[in-house]
Ligand binder design. Structure first.
Ligand code: PHE
Length: 480
C-alpha cells in the first residue's frame, strides 16, 4: 500500500508506509516485520482457498448443528444469519484491511497504524483465544481420526441411536481421545513448521472443494430419509418465541467462531495478501461459502436426527452419534464414511493451521523467535490444555469447584472463547477501524479498481463505527 496518500491524520496513520511523524522514534522501536521472508499467497484463488479453509471446518459441520440443536433450530439459524451478514462481513473486511495494509501480526498491526495505541491489547485477546480454541478443537479433530479408523471396522456393526450413543460415550471416556489429540497436534506441527503459505495454500485448494462435494452428496442422501421433513422444519421454520438472550449470544459466538473472526486470525492471513487483493469481495465470498457449508451441514444432520430418534440437544456428541447412523444405512456408506471423516480431519487441519499462525506470526515477526521454536511453543501449550480438554469427558468429568459448580474445561474453553473473547475482540477491531483510522484511507484500502463491491464501503464503515460496537455491547450487557 506504499502508494497511498496520507490522509488528514497522515502524520500518524499512513497505511503500510513508514512515516516521519513525531511518533517515528516510538514507532521505530517496534521490531520491523521482515516482509522479504514472509511470502504472500500466490494467487487470488489461493487467498480464497486459505481464508475459506480457515473458516470452514468443525465450526460448520460439528459446532453449527450442535449449537442449533441446543438453541431451538430455526430461531438460532435466523439470528446466526443476521450476525454473519450484518457483523461478520464488515468485521472480516476490517481484519483484512488491518492485515493487508500492515503485513504484520495481530500485535504489530495496531501499533503500526497508530503508534502507542492501547488497541495493541487486542493481540493478547487473539493469542489467548487462539490457544483456547486450538486446545478444544484438537480434541474434536482427534475424534475424527478415531472415527476414520473405525469406519474400516466396527462402525457399522451398530444400529439404533442407543448403540451409537454408547459407542461415543465409551470412546470419549477412555484414553484414546488423549492420544488422538496429541497425534493431531503433532500433524498440525508438521505442517506449520514448513511455513504456512505453500502447505496451506496448496492443501486448501484441494480440500475445500472436495469437502463441499461430499457434503452435497450426503445432503441428497439425508433428504431421502423418512425424518427429512421434520428435520428441515426444525432447521428452517423459526419459532420466534424461542429467541432468548442465550440464543442471541450463542448465535453471535457461532458467527464469529465460524468466520475465524475477532482474534486476528483473518488479520494474520490478510498480512499474506498481495496489495491488490480485493477485500470486500474476498470477505463476501468467504462468508458466503462458510454459511453455505453450515446450512448444508444442518440439512445433512437434522433429517437423520429425527429419523433415528436422536435428541437435537445432544451437544458436542451430536454429530459423532448421528453421522455413523447415516453412513450405516446409506448405499456406499462403507466407502463414504472413511472418506468423509478424512475430509473432516483435513478441514480441521486447515483451520487449526490458521489458529496456530496467530501466535507463530507474532513470535516470529515481532519477537524474533525462530519459526521452529515458535511452532513448538504454540503446539506445546495447546497440547497441555488439549489433554485437559480431552479429560473433561472422562477422568475430569463431573469435577466440581467449591462442591457445586460443574467444571468442564472443554465447555469453558468453547464458551469463553467463542461467546465472549471473539465478539469482544470483534468489537474492539470495529472501534479501532471505524474510529481510530482515517475514513478515507480505510475506504481506499477496501476499494478495488472499478468494482461493483465498492459501493458497500461506506456501509461497511458505518457498521464498524456504530452498529457493531453498540450491538455487541448491548448483547453482552443483556446477558449479564
Ligand atoms: N472457523 C473455524 C471453523 O469453523 C474455527 C476457527 C476459529 C479457526 C478461530 C480459526 C480461528 O471450524
Amino acid at each position: 500500500m506504499g502508494k497511498e496518500e496520507p490522509g488528514p491524520q497522515g502524520s500518524e496513520f499512513t497505511i503500510g508506509k513508514e512515516n516521519n511523524s513525531p511518533t517515528e522514534s516510538r514507532f521505530t522501536r517496534m521490531k520491523k516485520s521482515d516482509n522479504s521472508q514472509s511470502q504472500l499467497f500466490a494467487t487470488r484463488l489461493g487467498v480464497i482457498a486459505a481464508t475459506v479453509g480457515s473458516a470452514v471446518g468443525l465450526g460448520n459441520i460439528w459446532r453449527f448443528p450442535y449449537e442449533a440443536g441446543v438453541h431451538g433450530g430455526g430461531a438460532f439459524m435466523i439470528v446466526y444469519l443476521v450476525f454473519i451478514f450484518l457483523l461478520g462481513i464488515p468485521v472480516l473486511t476490517a481484519e483484512f484491511v488491518l492485515g493487508r495494509s500492515t503485513h504484520r501480526s495481530v500485535f504489530g498491526a495496531f501499533g503500526f497504524l497508530k503508534p502507542g495505541t492501547r488497541f495493541k491489547g487486542i493481540g493478547l485477546i487473539g493469542v489467548v483465544a487462539s490457544l483456547m480454541i486450538l486446545s478444544f478443537y484438537s480434541v474434536v479433530a482427534g475424534w475424527t481420526l478415531e472415527y476414520f479408523i473405525r469406519s474400516f471396522g466396527d462402525l457399522f456393526s451398530k444400529n439404533g441411536s442407543d448403540d451409537f450413543h454408547r459407542m461415543f460415550g465409551e470412546f470419549t471416556e477412555g484414553w484414546r481421545p488423549i492420544l488422538w489429540t496429541v497425534v493431531f497436534l503433532l500433524i498440525n506441527m508438521l505442517v506449520i513448521v514448513r511455513g504456512v503459505q505453500k502447505g496451506v495454500e496448496r492443501a486448501s485448494n484441494i480440500i475445500t472443494p472436495l469437502l463441499f462435494v461430499l457434503i452435497l452428496i450426503f445432503c441428497v442422501n439425508s433428504l431421502t430419509l423418512s425424518g427429512a421433513r421434520e428435520g428441515l422444519e426444525f432447521l428452517f421454520r423459526p419459532d420466534f418465541s424461542e429467541i432468548s438472550p442465550s440464543v442471541v449470544i450463542g448465535a453471535m459466538g457461532q458467527a464469529f467462531f465460524s468466520l475465524s473472526l475477532g482474534l486476528g486470525c483473518m488479520l494474520t492471513y490478510a498480512s499474506y495478501f498481495k496489495d491488490d487483493t480485493p477485500l470486500i469481495r474476498s470477505a463476501t465470498v468467504t462468508a458466503g461459502l462458510d454459511v453455505m457449508a453450515a446450512i448444508l451441514s444442518g440439512i445433512l444432520i437434522f433429517p437423520a436426527v429425527f429419523t433415528y430418534g436422536f435428541s437435537p440437544e445432544a451437544g458436542p456428541a451430536l454429530v459423532f452419534e448421528v453421522l455413523p447412523a447415516i453412513f450405516a444405512q446409506m448405499p456406499g456408506g462403507k466407502i463414504f464414511a472413511p472418506l468423509f471423516f478424512f475430509m473432516l480431519f483435513l478441514a480441521s487441519l486447515s483451520s487449526t493451521i490458521s489458529m496456530s499462525e496467530i501466535m507463530v506470526s507474532w513470535l516470529t515477526r515481532e519477537r524474533g523467535v525462530s519459526r521452529r521454536s515458535a511452532c513448538w511453543l504454540t503446539i506445546g501449550i495447546a497440547m497441555f490444555f488439549g489433554v485437559l480438554c480431552a479429560l473433561s469427558f472422562s477422568y475430569m468429568s463431573g469435577l466440581k469447584i467449591a462442591g457445586t459448580i460443574e467444571f468442564n474445561i472443554f465447555n469453558i474453553f468453547d464458551y469463553t472463547s467463542s461467546n465472549i473473547l471473539l465478539p469482544f475482540g470483534g468489537m474492539l477491531i470495529s472501534i479501532f477501524t471505524g474510529w481510530q483510522l482515517d475514513r478515507n484511507i480505510v475506504k481506499k484500502t477496501m476499494n478495488e479498481p472499478k468494482s461493483w463491491f465498492n459501493r458497500f464501503a461506506p456501509f461497511v464503515i458505518f457498521i464498524l463505527k456504530y452498529v457493531a460496537p453498540v450491538m455487541i455491547f448491548v448483547i453482552f450487557v443483556s446477558n449479564v
